[in-house]
Design a protein around this ligand. Structure first.
Ligand code: F6P
Length: 491
């Protein structure tokens, strides 16, 4: 797209009296303010032309109709069907699998596993980040179960996870799409040993497996009645809507899980049917492209101004970086434009006192995103929440306005962009809609770039070399530095 000279944010506001109304939107009950970005109507027009040229409408329909959108793996991406938004066949299949999941949740709640006080959820990447986000965000007031998440292969992580759990009354949920992931299988084995060592009679009887590869789970000794299958078309980082969400369904209750899916489906309807010129995930992707391509920004900062959403930045890191951290197009050609920025972030206001110095005065331009919730947690002092919110808004204003001073050390150049996402309240429905917004924005970026957001071959090489080292095979093919490290550490 042709590079244009872009006006300062304050000039844009001065030139467009209705800028706020043109660049703030409501979708699925969430307010999105993109007015403090450098998008203007001319740029949006250009991006709309680019979206059309990239076949955006067709690509979006392919996603929702269950066509092959993950060409390198020859698969559709059926996560939208998990919340009722896909093709009728995919939706029926997902519903049937959800019924099995519900039956298991009911059975556990009905005492089929005896008195359950704790859940140890084992998984990594997409098999843990989503469930952990849901439980941390929504499960703070319902300590029906003590839920612990275990992902890292580090034994210290295992000890931390199981310490507060009673092995006699804990169920183990092992979530792995492939059921071949080293970390998950190693932790699963350790969990079995932990249960046996505590004298639990039938350790495998306390395990629920969640996977797209049920044969592998059964081969690991898990009875098929406790294996919840999900579809190959559901990518790991898009899987919290499927039976990967079973831990969240148990911890939060089935109705909450359904509400999560309904919220996501509402955002699906917006993304699928709203005019492109008022389509929030697409417009957000336009801003992403603008900063990556025309401002040369290689990073984006996402800050949750709500403790309940403290895990959101980690979830978004995988969603955006694993999906769009690519260098070749769908056709295998080098990409013409920079792809995903490095996505990082934290929690406000903590981050203000640690990293915001650079955001205000550093030499790196970082587009910033604030995610905030109008209503605080019921049990919280409302004054805390008021202060939290006004800090988020003050940061956005300060980044944009800047302030000149005779003293260069005390000068702020301003004109630094931010976007704000404001939820009315944090509940299962709004969180579902929020996560679906991010999924669709990631997809929209991929369409504009002509890349496949649904594969992740970039993670494979490191895994293969780890296996090679573990097996002690072909060590001579490794470089001297790596060989010396292996020898020094004795691994
Ligand atoms: O290594 C990356 C990855 O494949 C992610 O895409 C995935 O979410 C994670 O590992 C876990 O994989 P699995 O669910 O198959 O154990």
């Amino acid at each position: 797209m042709e590079q244009k000279s872009i006006r300062r944010l304050d000039e844009l506001f001065a030139a467009e009296p209705d800028r706020l109304s043109k660049l703030s939107f409501e979708a699925a009950g969430i307010y999105f303010d993109w007015s403090k970005t450098h998008l203007d109507q001319e740029l949006i027009g250009d991006f709309l032309g680019r979206a059309e040229a990239a076949g955006f409408a067709r690509a979006r329909e392919s996603l929702f109709s269950g066509a092959i959108v993950n060409a390198s793996e020859g698969r559709p991406a059926t996560h939208v069907a998990e919340r009722g938004s896909g093709s009728p066949e995919d939706v029926d299949l997902a519903s049937a699998r959800r019924l099995r999941m519900r039956a298991l949740v009911d059975a556990i709640e009905g005492g089929a596993f005896g008195d359950v006080t704790g859940i140890l959820h084992i998984g990594i990447g997409g098999s843990v980040l989503g469930p952990a986000l849901l439980v941390d965000a929504l499960g703070r007031r319902s300590p029906q179960f003590n839920v612990r998440f275990l992902s890292n292969i580090d034994g210290a992580a295992f000890d931390d996870a199981v310490r507060p759990l009673d092995p006699q009354s804990t169920i183990v949920v092992v979530a792995s799409k492939t059921f071949t992931t080293l970390e998950t299988l190693t932790n699963f084995e350790a969990a079995r040993t932990w249960l046996s060592a505590a004298g639990v009679g039938d350790p495998d009887g306390r395990v629920v497996a969640v996977t797209a590869n049920p044969e592998a789970a059964v081969a690991q000794g898990i009875d098929e009645t406790r294996v919840l299958q999900f579809g190959e078309g559901v990518g790991g980082r898009y899987s919290l809507w499927s039976s990967v969400g079973v831990t969240a369904a148990l911890a939060l209750g089935w109705n909450e899980f359904e509400a999560l899916l309904e919220g996501a489906a509402e955002m699906d309807r917006h993304f699928r049917f709203a005019e492109t010129s008022a389509n929030v995930p697409l417009l957000a992707a336009f801003a992403d492209r603008l900063y990556a391509e025309q401002f040369g920004c290689q990073t984006r900062g996402q800050f949750a101004y709500d403790e309940r959403l403290r895990l959101l930045p980690f979830y978004l890191q995988q969603l955006e970086m694993e999906s769009n951290g690519k260098s070749v197009t769908n056709a295998g050609k080098p990409v013409a434009n920079p792809t995903a920025p490095v996505t990082w972030g934290g929690t406000g206001t903590d981050a203000q006192h640690a990293v915001f110095q650079l955001l205000h005065q550093g030499t790196v331009l970082v587009p910033v995103e604030f995610v905030a919730v109008r209503e605080g947690d019921d049990a919280q002092d409302p004054e805390h929440h008021r202060l939290l919110l006004l800090n988020a808004f003050a940061q956005g204003a300060a980044l944009m306005q800047g302030r000149e001073s005779d003293d260069p050390q005390r000068s702020y150049c301003g004109n630094r962009p931010s976007a704000t996402v404001l939820l009315d309240r944090l509940d299962a429905r709004s969180l579902g809609a929020l996560i679906a917004f991010y999924e669709h924005r990631t997809f929209a970026n991929a369409v504009l770039l002509g890349i496949n957001p649904f594969d992740q071959f970039g993670v494979e090489l490191g895994k293969q070399i780890a296996r090679q080292i573990a097996e002690g095979s072909d060590e001579e093919s490794l470089d001297p530095s790596t060989r010396a490290l292996i020898e020094r550490a004795g691994v």
